[in-house]
Design a binder for this molecule. Structure first.
Ligand code: ZN
Length: 386
């Protein structure tokens, strides 16, 4: 058993301890101490990092038997008296997120009787999984209530009680543990059994911001950010919004409608281009047919659908025609009239085999693209093959 300093003193950043055991596992020292302020990964909260006797601590593991394993990169020996220092910025961030989770879970529970099934703290944001789906309005109300408690700056007390006593104290969720429980008491708002680290007053959370709500296993997964993480997310979104506004200078609230209008305009323009291309295709086909029954050309200004329309017009007008048309980006359409002998599908497959890319089709019509050679080279190849 390792004495866990953070249980009673979550604000302790440094401590002295005695090395009780050292095991080398996969090249790393696994160190146990008589006492530690390092928090091991558990209950959804990640481990602390820092230094131990000058060695970097890169992982902290909660072992079944109650020992805390410090994975250290330096050499430590049994019996050494060492000083430990935890990375406070990382730990305080975890304390903000974890205490914020207590408030947010309590808010969903108090306002809507929605239980929290699990909690996960990630690198950039955290999530709680709720037992049932919540509406955007419910999520906003829970967010408001949790922040009200943040701004009331209520004390967050650590209490110890027997499981029996705790059960009669009105905990949010009954604990499966027996013996002495460690309770986190957000004064007048939430009482939960928890072994994690928390801020000592709710005001230190700063703010609790819901990042998004999505359906998850019959309930909702709520992403949230507290304190510094909420500010960091705000900065990222502010930068993204400013970059978008350079291209679309409208207030953020009008941006979605603006994008929708632009997409509609673009669709209309595409439809208009398509209509013009179809009319033009017949003229273009006539000009190309004058060059003979075998037409192998790159047509600038036409897309894949355009060259397909031209190829169809040529093969309809001349039953003997063999046609291979390229866009300037190297997409190809190969087609034949009813009396032509070429195999369009086989030709496109040959192109793909020779120059990479993809394509295929039937003997009378085939398409391809993504070739690695310039169009001029593809044309030379086909001229030799048809
Ligand atoms: Zn907790």
């Amino acid at each position: 058993m390792t004495e866990r300093i953070y249980y009673a003193e979550p604000y302790r950043r440094s401590f002295d301890a005695k090395v009780m055991s050292v095991d080398i596992v996969a090249g790393h020292a696994h160190v146990t101490l008589d006492q530690t302020a390092f928090y091991p990964t558990s209950g959804g909260q990640p481990f602390d990092t820092g230094t131990l006797g000058g060695a970097a601590v890169t992982d902290v593991i909660d072992r079944e038997d109650g020992a805390v394993i410090h994975v250290a990169s330096g050499s430590l020996n049994v019996g050494d008296e060492v000083s430990g220092e935890i990375d406070w910025a990382r730990r305080f961030d975890h304390m903000q997120q974890h205490t914020g989770q207590h408030l947010l879970s309590a808010a969903f529970d108090r306002l809507f009787s929605v239980r929290t099934e699990s909690f996960h703290m990630g690198q950039l944001s955290s999530t709680v999984d709720l037992a049932r789906e919540v509406t955007p309005s419910e999520a906003a109300k829970a967010e408001d209530d949790a922040n009200r408690v943040v701004w009331e700056d209520r004390p967050v007390a650590i209490r110890f009680a027997t499981a029996e006593d705790a059960a009669s104290m009105g905990m949010r969720k009954e604990s499966a543990r027996t013996g002495t429980l460690r309770l986190i008491d957000v004064t007048g708002y939430d009482l939960s059994a928890c072994g994690g680290t928390h801020v000592e007053r709710t005001g230190a959370i700063g703010v609790i911001a819901i990042g998004g709500v999505e359906k998850f296993k019959g309930g909702s997964r709520v992403e949230f950010l507290c304190g510094g993480r909420a500010l960091e997310r705000f900065r990222v979104w502010r930068g993204a919004l400013a970059a978008m506004q350079k291209h679309l200078p409208v207030p953020p609230i009008e941006m979605a409608a603006s994008i929708e209008r632009m997409q509609e305009d673009a669709k209309g323009a595409t439809r208009a281009i398509r209509a013009f291309q179809e009319k033009l295709a017949a003229h273009e086909a006539q000009a190309l047919l004058a060059k003979g029954p075998v037409v192998i050309e790159m047509l600038d200004g036409w897309d894949a659908q355009g060259i397909k329309a031209i190829a169809a017009a040529i093969t309809t007008a001349d039953a003997n025609a063999s046609v291979a048309l390229f866009t300037h980006t190297g997409q190809v359409v190969v087609a034949r009239g009813v009396t032509s002998k070429i195999d369009a599908g086989a030709l496109v497959k040959q192109l793909a085999a020779r120059f990479g890319g993809k394509g295929g089709g039937k003997p009378d019509l085939a398409q391809g693209g993504g070739f690695t050679a310039p169009v001029s080279e593809l044309i030379t190849f086909l001229k030799a093959s048809i």
